[in-house]
Write a protein that binds this ligand. Structure first.
Ligand SMILES: [Zn+2]
Length: 100
């Protein structure tokens, strides 16, 4: 299992996502590439009603300390809940989350 890529500040240890040149917390340029283990919790969720159906859009807080926008799949969009434990997986070029 590999989760989304992010940067870790080598000075203050902040997790940085999306990519930056400078750490937004301490201003350091020493940002190292890391990859999340893929474990996270739903921070917010909404259901998008599109022409071709409904799908979920969620903000997920990864255990490493950053937040990304993605989709929780495998459950009905309206059944995704704030605080739900989720796990990342690759879906083609993008990363989606399964409820666990
Ligand atoms: Zn920093």
């Amino acid at each position: 299992m590999t989760g989304p890529a992010f940067q870790r500040c080598e000075d203050c240890r902040a997790a940085v996502h999306p990519r930056r040149v400078l750490c937004p917390v301490c201003g350091s340029r020493r940002l190292a590439d890391e990859r999340s283990a893929g474990r996270g919790v739903v921070y917010s969720t909404t259901t998008v009603h599109a022409r071709d159906g409904r799908y979920n859009v969620a903000l997920v807080d990864l255990d490493e300390g950053f937040r990304i926008m993605s989709e929780v799949v495998g459950v009905a969009p309206d059944d995704v809940r704030i605080g739900m434990d989720v796990r990342a997986r690759a879906d083609g070029e993008r990363i989606v989350f399964d409820a666990v």
